[in-house]
Design a protein around this ligand. Structure first.
Ligand code: ADP
Ligand code: MG
Length: 237
């Protein structure tokens, strides 16, 4: 489903050049749940943003469902992103001025879905995320765990094939974190491919495998059990 070929990313400012990704080759199958781990600054978010078509590689190819998306125009890439990919961030990124319902409805508005269909879809998704009772509240009126559940509802309301999560439990206590991980696992078991960046070995255990990055390069990509994940994290952090 997702293939990168010699993916490179260099950030250039006036004085400095940072090589964030260096010849990254990954292969992720449809329906997989993959965790990306590695020390701060090793390129995890950069990789996720490129996979999510929020950023462009400096070099290399990115192939999604056999389409070489690196060759597409910006407009096509945006359309492709909105139709296929849902994002979840550490900081929830909800819009404060909109209610829970309106936040989750927004992607459907962008898709041009008529209001009647939107209402039903939002209601169903909020119920699935166990947050329907808060539909009329604003994000600041919710706990962190509840906000993240709203953010997940917003990410999945369009039924994306791929969910990208950047440290989704980073701002949550362990109970809320586990709840969020259970939801991601459920979505994955229902067929959605999930790629998640995390610092937490416990979260990584929900994944089918762990890709370990260091200094913009993959150092291992088949970590599966707690012990080997822990060892890899300790050896390079
Ligand atoms: P991680 O998510 O693993 O902590 P990032 O992918 O955010 O790491 O960053 C990788 C490297 O790229 C870091 O050295 C970071 O400072 C640099 N970087 C990330 N984004 C930018 C940017 N927009 N401009 C310049 N440098 C950046
Ligand atoms: Mg990051």
């Amino acid at each position: 489903m997702i293939v990168t070929q010699d993916l490179c990313k260099i950030f250039r400012t006036e004085e400095i050049e940072t090589s964030a990704l260096n010849n990254v080759n990954i292969h992720i199958k449809k329906g997989e749940f993959v965790a990306i781990m590695g020390p701060s600054g090793c390129g995890k978010s950069t990789l996720l943003n490129i996979i999510g078509l929020l950023d462009n590689p400096s070099n290399g190819n990115y192939i999604f469902n056999e389409i070489n998306v690196s060759e597409k125009s910006e407009k096509q890439r945006t359309k492709f992103r909105k139709g296929n990919i849902g994002f979840i961030f550490q900081s929830f990124n909800l819009i404060d001025e909109l209610t829970v319902f309106e936040n989750v409805e927004l992607p459907l508005v962008y898709m041009g879905l008529p209001a009647s269909q939107r209402k039903a879809k939002v209601k169903e998704t909020l119920e699935r995320m166990n947050i329907a009772h808060r539909a009329k509240h604003y994000p600041q009126q919710l706990s962190g765990g509840q906000q993240q559940r709203v953010a997940i509802a917003r990410a999945v309301v369009t039924e994306p094939k791929l969910i990208l999560a950047d440290e989704p439990t980073g701002n949550l206590d362990s109970r809320n974190g586990s709840e969020v991980m259970e939801l991601l696992k459920e979505l994955n078991q229902a067929g959605t491919t999930v790629i998640m960046v995390t610092h937490s070995v416990r979260d990584a255990e929900y994944a089918d495998r762990v890709i370990h990055l260091f200094d913009g390069q993959i150092v291992s990509e088949n970590l599966k059990d707690r012990e080997s994940i822990q060892k890899a994290v300790e050896s390079l952090s």
